[in-house]
Design a protein around this ligand. Structure first.
Ligand SMILES: Cc1cn([C@H]2C[C@H](O)[C@@H](COP(=O)(O)OP(=O)(O)O[C@H]3O[C@@H](C)C(=O)[C@@H](O)[C@H]3O)O2)c(=O)[nH]c1=O
Length: 195
C-alpha cells in the first residue's frame, strides 16, 4: 500500500497494490501497522459503514464533535465518486481548504480523513457503493454539517447544481463562518485531530 500525503498533510490518499491473475484480482484494503506507520499515530477503527447512492447524490459535508469526533478511511466498491475533506480545525494553516479525490471501484483508492475535517462525496457514476471505517461510534447528538455550497469553500462538485440530490438535512447546513464554536473544538495547536 502506498500512502500519499496530500497538500493538507494530515490527509492521505492510499493506493493499494492490485494482484491480478486469471482468476480475477487480490488486494489488501487495510493493514493497521502500515497505515499507522504512514500517518504517524494510532487510529482505533471501531465501526464499518456502507451506503449506496445514485448519480448526483451528494452526502455531506459531515463531521461529529468531540468526544465523538471521527477519523474516516473511505473507499468505493461500486461506481465512482468525488470525495471531499474540508479542514475545519481552528488555527490550522489550511483552515477552510479542502482535498478532493476521485475514488472508484476501478482505481481502489482510499482517502484517510482525520478528525477535524468535514467530509462529503458526490456520486459521478449511475450508482455507487461507499464503504468506510470510522474510529468513533455514530452519535446523532454530536452529528454536525457544513454547507456543501458555502461560497467561502467554492468546491467544484463536477456536476451542475440542479442535478445534485441532497437529504433535507444537507440542504440547510450552515456556512463555515457560522461554525466558530464547533471549529474551536478541533483546535489545531492542541493536535485534537490525532484522537
Ligand atoms: C452515519 C450513520 C447514520 N445512521 C443512520 C441515521 C439515519 O437514520 C440514517 C442516514 O443517516 P445520514 O443521512 O446521516 O447518512 P449519510 O448522509 O450517509 O451520512 C454519512 O455521510 C458521509 C458523507 C460521512 O462522512 C459519514 O460520516 C456520515 O455522516 O442512518 C446510523 O445508524 N449510523 C451511522 O453511523
Amino acid at each position: 500500500m502506498e500512502y500519499i500525503k496530500q497538500h493538507i498533510s494530515e490527509v492521505f490518499l492510499c493506493k493499494s497494490k492490485v494482484y491480478g491473475d486469471e482468476r480475477g484480482y487480490f488486494v489488501e484494503t487495510f493493514h493497521r501497522e502500515g497505515f499507522e506507520q504512514a500517518i504517524g499515530y494510532k487510529v482505533n477503527f471501531c465501526q464499518d459503514n456502507e451506503s449506496k447512492s445514485t448519480k448526483g447524490v451528494l452526502r455531506g459535508l459531515h463531521f461529529q464533535l468531540p468526544p465523538a469526533a471521527q477519523s474516516k478511511l473511505v473507499r468505493v466498491i461500486e461506481g465512482k465518486v468525488l470525495d471531499v475533506a474540508v479542514d475545519i480545525r481552528k488555527g490550522s494553516p489550511t483552515f477552510g481548504q479542502y482535498v478532493t479525490a476521485e475514488l472508484s471501484a476501478e482505481n481502489k483508492h482510499q482517502l484517510f480523513v482525520p478528525r477535524g475535517f468535514a467530509h462529503g462525496f458526490v456520486v459521478l457514476s449511475d450508482t455507487a457503493i461507499f464503504s468506510y471505517k470510522v474510529d468513533n461510534y455514530y452519535s446523532p447528538e454530536n452529528d454536525r454539517g457544513l454547507a456543501f455550497d458555502d461560497p467561502s469553500l467554492n468546491i467544484d462538485w463536477q456536476l451542475p447544481k440542479e442535478f445534485l440530490k441532497l437529504s433535507e438535512k444537507d440542504q440547510k447546513q450552515p456556512a463555515l463562518e457560522m461554525l466558530d464554536i464547533e471549529c474551536s473544538m478541533f483546535d489545531y495547536q492542541k493536535n485534537l485531530y490525532r484522537g
